[in-house]
Design a protein around this ligand. Structure first.
Ligand SMILES: [Zn+2]
Length: 648
């Protein structure tokens, strides 16, 4: 753990303007600085940096945070890694809070030794490919045959291994590596009393992690040998978990962000060929079928994946099902196929870069229509198959978390399949309701499509979708809660009158109000906790909070899109009133608005009870409700008169 003191030092030193300027040019505009957002594609700048608050916010895509968050997002690294990055930039010594245990220290050392050994192996293989006679003659000419130039060979650190038993192992031991580490790195194999290299007589494809370190190898055999697999990969090691790695991501990440799209292919050579042809936003899930972790990895850079399918129709049909997983993760999926059983690499070599790019542009289709087109022919003749296809497609669409996207797809799908849209939606509601009954927590936020009722007995009376939905907060309540929290974290320590602070007043006024919006409730809870420790938390406590949800909510609250330029006052001598000019009044009104909302809700609830009592003929209850109603109406009027608004 990095110590709190070190984190504080880093936060103080890491000037937001300096940190961001390393990545994007900033232009002064009023009190703030602006740039074209590095996280989404745009032509006019909506990325705003506030030097005084130490935060940035993009009004286009919504990304926001402090210096640390910026480094995490732009480099796609963890909180701790970002801290280390900034510590290095500002020459701040990193203090560890608790000394790691001997066991932890050992593990840490071992991980590092493995990485160093892998790096040694990468250099060794690369040297053989580029400098050694056998390497150049066999390895390099193989790559040249495939059309790779030397720049590409170097960009991917390609290499060659001798067709010998202990070439690498001997060199590594001579360089001081222990056999134990070489085995743990997956480079050397010990079998009975024999010790030998894993990769022999192969061209080598190093696999990098996201920051460019070599963590494993893929290796292709050059001579046909039926006893040997064509491709051989490193085993899982302490530093290599294949389900969490995408081949080529390190070389592709910047392009993926710039293009806001990621091409997904099958093999190493597809990645390298496309890269060389100028299509750099490409990765492969080599060695595994696509995993959830890999999709999340792509999701850090873009929400759009385009899958480039290999080979024949049967193969495509088989692998199509795996793609549902991408939909489930909320990413947008498009697909491209290639004619005549070509894979991306072979097709590219056949038609050339220009025609290939045009093919990608013209032939990409959204995944759902693609899936329909794939199966519609056989389904058209067979009603049973058609029903199965419809169910299958609806299932795919139901996996998409975003209801607007789903609705667009249902329309499109209804047309393509020539069925009524309501049938599709009803079918989907059935699926969603079943999911909810099974109470998969991840699905709880899904909304059922409104307006279309599923057929017949689909709903049992108690099955009427979620009471929780009806109870969900109205938007109005959320905006008044937001206002209170905004004032609380912005002005907590300012005095309303002598020795009476904004936070005292607000907390006192809202002590019996329960907040409906979880994010605001959480900030409020944190505020109370900190106050309990005997001090008033500053705005920075929230906008620099390590819990990302707290940080992002807080930044949203205090980032003004249209911050009034001081110029108004200085140049035009026009006084623009600010809420700090009259803080007591501003807080008072914020509290009143929240209470007004609460009273409205109580009136509504009471009316319901009144109606119920009327139906049941319960006269006592009716009378009680009427009294409550009168009292609430009176309160409502009082609040309204304070706020200066008229109520009906
Ligand atoms: Zn943006």
């Amino acid at each position: 753990m990095i110590s709190k003191t070190t984190v504080d030092h880093i936060q103080q030193a890491a000037d937001i303007v300096e940190v961001i300027s390393d990545f994007v040019p900033l232009k002064k505009k009023g009190q703030n600085l602006m740039a074209c957002c590095p996280f989404h594609n745009e032509k006019s700048p909506s990325f705003s940096v506030s030097p005084t608050k130490g935060i940035y916010k993009c009004f286009g895509c919504g990304k926001a945070g402090d210096s640390i968050r910026f480094i995490m997002d732009i480099e796609s690294i963890t909180y701790v890694e970002a801290l280390r990055y900034l510590a290095k930039k500002y020459n701040i010594p990193v203090e560890e809070d608790t000394r790691p245990t001997d066991q932890q220290q050992l593990e840490q050392n071992e991980r590092e030794s493995i990485l160093i050994a892998l790096n040694f192996a990468k250099n060794y293989y690369q040297h053989l490919l580029l400098e050694d006679e056998e390497g150049r003659y066999i390895g390099l000419s193989y790559f040249k045959e495939r059309g790779f130039n030397e720049k590409t060979v170097k960009a991917f650190d390609l290499g060659y291994s001798f067709n010998a038993w202990t070439g690498l192992t001997d060199a590594a031991v001579k360089a001081g590596f222990s056999k134990d580490i070489l085995v743990k790195a997956g480079l050397t194999i010990v079998k009975e009393d024999k010790i030998f290299d894993r990769f022999r007589g192969r061209v080598i494809f190093p696999i990098h992690n996201i920051s460019g370190k070599t963590i494993a190898f893929g290796a292709r055999i050059l001579k046909a040998d039926k006893d040997q697999p064509k491709y051989l990969n490193s085993p899982e090691t302490e530093v290599y978990h294949k389900s969490r790695v995408l081949y080529g991501l390190f070389q592709a990440k910047q392009a993926i962000r710039n293009e806001d799209n990621c091409y997904l292919v099958e093999g190493y050579t597809d990645v390298i060929s496309l890269h060389q042809a100028g299509i750099e936003n490409v990765v492969a899930s080599s060695g595994t079928s696509l995993t959830e972790e890999q999709i999340k990895l792509v999701g850090r850079f873009t929400q759009n994946i385009t899958v480039l399918f290999d080979g024949d129709l049967a193969g495509v049909k088989a692998s199509v099902r795996g793609i549902d997983m991408i939909l489930e993760s909320g990413l947008n999926v498009r697909v491209v196929t290639f004619p005549n059983n070509d894979d991306p690499d072979s097709y590219l070599r056949k038609v050339g870069a220009q025609a290939f790019k045009e093919h990608l542009k013209e032939q990409n289709t959204d995944f759902i229509s693609f899936k329909i087109s794939l199966f519609i022919e056989e389904a058209a003749k067979d009603p049973i198959k058609k029903a199965a296809l419809i169910r299958d497609i609806v299932e795919s669409i139901s996996k998409i978390p975003d209801s607007i996207k789903r609705s667009v797809l249902f329309k499109q799908c209804a047309k393509l399949l020539d069925v009524d849209e309501t049938v599709l939606i009803a079918e989907s509601n059935k699926i969603l309701i079943n999911q909810r009954r099974q109470q998969k927590p991840a699905k709880q936020n899904e909304e059922i499509f409104p307006g279309v009722l599923p057929p017949d007995n689909l709903f049992e009376p108690e099955g009427l979708v979620g009471e929780e939905e009806k109870a969900a907060q109205p938007d109005a309540a959320s905006s008044y809660e937001k206002e209170i929290i905004r004032m609380l974290i912005s002005y907590a320590g300012m005095e309303i009158e002598s020795d009476y602070f904004v936070c005292d007043y607000l907390l006192d006024q809202i002590k019996d109000v329960s907040f409906y919006t979880p994010a605001y409730a959480r900030v409020l809870e944190l505020f109370r906790q900190e106050l309990g420790k005997g001090y008033i938390p500053h705005t920075d406590f929230f906008i620099k909070h390590p819990d990302w949800e707290v940080q992002s909510v807080s930044i949203d609250l205090i980032a003004d899109k249209y911050e009034l330029s001081e110029q108004w006052e200085n140049v035009f001598k026009i006084h623009v009133p600010k809420e700090t000019d009259n803080l007591p009044d501003a807080t008072f009104k914020a509290v009143l608005r929240l209470k007004q909302e609460q009273v409205k809700r109580l009136i509504h609830q009471n009316m319901q009870q009144l109606m119920q009592a009327g139906k049941e003929g319960n006269l006592d209850e009716e009378l009680r409700c009427m009294q409550v109603h009168a009292a609430l109406k009176q309160t409502e009027a009082q609040i309204a008169s304070h706020l200066g608004n008229v109520i009906a």
